[in-house]
Write a protein that binds this ligand. Sequence first.
Ligand code: SF4
Length: 471
Amino acid sequence: MKEKSKNAQSLRPENAEISKNRIKGDILKQYILLVEPKFPTRTKSKNHKNFLPIGLLKLAAWYKRKKKCKVELARGKTLPKTFKTPSRIEITSLFTYWSEYVWDAVKFYRENFPDPDVTEIRLGGIYASLHYENKEFQDRCKRYNVNPIKGVQEEAERFFPYYELLNNGNSIDYQIVHTSRGCHRNCSFCGTWILEPEFKGRKKIWAKIKPGLKLGLKNLVFYDNNLFYNPHIRDILNELIELKKQRKIGWSESQSGFDGRILTENPDLAILLKKAGFRYPRIAWDWDYDQWPKVEKQIQILRDAGYNSKDIYVFMIYNWDLNFEEMEEKRIKCREWNVQISDCRNRPLNRLHDYYKPLCDQGNGEDYYIHPDWTDAEVKQFRKNVRRQNICVRQNYQYHSKLLEHKKYYSKEEYVAIKSMSIEEAKKYLPDLWIPSNITRPINRNKWSVEKVKKPHEAIPVILTLPPIQI
Ligand code: SF4
C-alpha cells in the first residue's frame, strides 16, 4: 500500500492528463478495468456456467456502449494490456467465504494504482453487498480507498452482457439469463432476499436473448432465484417453446431449484418446461424427512412430464439444522426414487473463509464452519455417501466401489465378471463395496480418516471368449 509500484510511477504523463480533465470538471471514466478475483475454481471451470462473471459483463456493456469507454476484463491478478492506467477498476465478489481472494485482488490493484484520484476502485458483488453494513468490511474499504457498492447495479442491468470480453480461447455456447430478480421465500440460510429484496419479473424473453443468439450462444442458463414465481412464467415458457420449435435455441437449465410448492399447484409448468427444452430439473428438499410425500409428488409431476428420474436433482442443504441421521434418511429416499442429489454444505453468510479439505481430519472446527449438531467426520461422510449414490443412480449400479470406479485396477474381462456376480459374491473381490440403501456413519464420529483400499489378491473367475478355430 505504501510503496508506489514501478508501473504506477512510470505513467505520470497519462495520470497528469486524467487529473487535468478532472480539474476541468470532466471526470473521465475512460479506461475501465473489470476484475474477477482469482477464485479457487479449477482452470477448466473458468467459463463454467456456474461461475461466469455476468455482472462484470453487463457493466462492460454499459461502459462500452453507453459511456464509450475502453474496457478490459482481468481474470486473476493481471495488469491491463490495452491501456496503462485504469481510471476506474470494478472488482466483483462472490461467496462471503471467498472474501480473501477479493481482498487479495484489492491489495494487488491498489498497490499497482495507488492514487485514488487517478484510479477509483469499486467493489461490488455478493460478498460486498452482504457485508456492506459490516464495520470491519467498511474499515477495510477505507484502508484501501475502495468504494463499496451494494446490490444490483441497476444502470447496467438492462444491457446485454458483453460476452466478447471472454474471447480468450475458452469459447462458450450458452448465455446467462435473468427473467426475474428476488425471491419471496425467506430461507434463513440464503442471501437472495437480502440482496434482491423486491421481486421483479420480466414479461418476455426474446429481446433479452436475441443478441446472444447472434453470437451463437444458443443454450440458456437461467440465474433466476425463483423462476416459477414470475407471474409471466407461462408466457416466457411458451415463447421458449416457439423458439425451440424454430431451432433458434438449444437446451435450457435453471441454476436454482424450481419452487416445489408452486410446481405442485401448477403441474402444467412441468410440461411446459420439458417442451421448452429445460434439462436436469432441480427441486429443493431443505426441510425435514417427514416432508418426503410432498417431494415425491413433485418428482412424480416431473416424471409425468417426461423427465427421466436420474436426470432429476434434489437440492439438499446439510451441515445445517437437520442432523446426520436425518440427512441419511433423506439420501436413502432419493435412492428409492432413483434421483440424484445436489448437496450443498451450509456455510453461514458471515463466514469469511473456508479451507475444507475432503481427505483431511479438520475436527478442530477452525478450517471451515461445522454446525454444532454435526462433526467434521459426518460432514465428509455425508458428502462421500451422496457422491457414491449419485454414481449408482447415473450408471444404474446396485452398489459402488472405488476399485471398480477407477477402471485401472481390473481388466475389461474382470470388470464384466464382477458386474455379473451377486452382491454377496462381488464383496469377495471388492472390499470397499458400498450399498446406498443403508445409513452409513463414519467409523469414528470424532475423527475423519480415509483408508486406501487395496485390490485383493484373489483371482477373479473370468470367462474368456476364444476366437473361432480356423480349419
Ligand atoms: S427459495 Fe431458494 S432463492 Fe428463495 S430464499 Fe429460499 S433458498 Fe433462497
